[in-house]
Design a protein around this ligand. Structure first.
Ligand SMILES: C[S@@+](CC[C@H](N)C(=O)[O-])C[C@H]1O[C@@H](n2cnc3c(N)ncnc32)[C@H](O)[C@@H]1O
Length: 233
């Protein structure tokens, strides 16, 4: 089986296994596919729900929410007094997110924040049980630095597009981390001079989170690739 066939096979296999979407998630997915909107997709959506369950999540923060697809998967897992904070620079996207969460009876578990996510997080105290980073790739490391002190011990920081999306080059990333990456390296680390900007943004993020005390990171190779970092203490 060719590499891309394995990826598609695993994506549809994981989607079929569940967790089950509801009719609102199905409608959001249909919109994303019709518009070519860069959403996480159902296999990753199901995993985000499971990450929320594993961490008994009550509070979730998203950097870049689009029209609310990933936030909806989180919101279903939260207790009635829980909260997912959606952030979005595009007001029209955020309005659609509000409508979709309302349609699913979940809007009272959501805060809808229009504006820059990294500025928004400064206004929240935390703690957050789960964080999803899915804004501009060049700003992922900055997003992590802004939120890391607000992640609950035992909490999770997930970041989308660590394998693909836009001009992200997974081959360059794999070679770089097989060489040891950057910020752990006493001698300045592996060479990333040939990487494009988006790829370097992901490399920078992964270096930052891997070097962060108390965080352990692994790769969830579904969708466009999600890094999952667990705050161990
Ligand atoms: C990949 S989409 C998010 C998709 C969403 N997480 C999902 O799977 O349903 C990225 C979104 O982040 C928004 N965005 C980019 N930079 C942002 C920032 N600094 N603050 C808030 N939103 C941002 C974009 O407008 C876009 O809608």
């Amino acid at each position: 089986m060719a590499d891309y066939e394995i990826a598609e096979f695993l994506e549809s296999y994981a989607t079929a296994l569940g967790p089950e979407p509801d009719e609102v998630i199905e409608a959001m997915g249909a919109q994303a596919r019709e518009e070519g909107f860069p959403y996480v997709g159902p296999a990753v959506g199901g995993w985000l729900a499971m990450l929320a369950r594993f961490s008994d999540a009550e509070r979730v923060f998203e950097f870049g929410s689009g029209f609310g697809y990933s936030a909806y998967w989180f919101a279903r897992e939260l207790p009635e007094d829980g909260q997912v904070v959606l952030t979005e620079i595009d007001e029209g996207e955020l309005d659609q997110a509000r409508e979709y969460l309302d349609r699913g009876g979940l809007a009272d578990r959501a805060a809808f924040e229009h504006g820059d996510a990294i500025e928004t997080v400064e206004r929240y105290d935390g703690p957050f049980d789960v964080v999803l980073i899915d804004c501009q790739k060049e700003r992922y490391a900055e997003a992590f630095e802004a939120v890391r002190g607000k992640v609950a011990p035992g909490g999770i920081v997930a970041a989308d597009n660590v394998v693909a999306g836009g001009s992200i080059d997974a081959g360059d990333l794999r070679a770089y981390f097989e060489e040891g990456g950057g910020s752990d390296g006493a001698d300045g680390g592996a060479d990333r001079s040939a990487m494009n900007g988006m790829t370097e943004g992901i490399a920078d993020y992964l270096d930052t989170v891997r070097a962060a005390d108390a965080f352990e990171t692994t790769l969830l190779p579904l969708g466009e690739g999600v890094s999952v970092s667990h705050r161990t203490w």
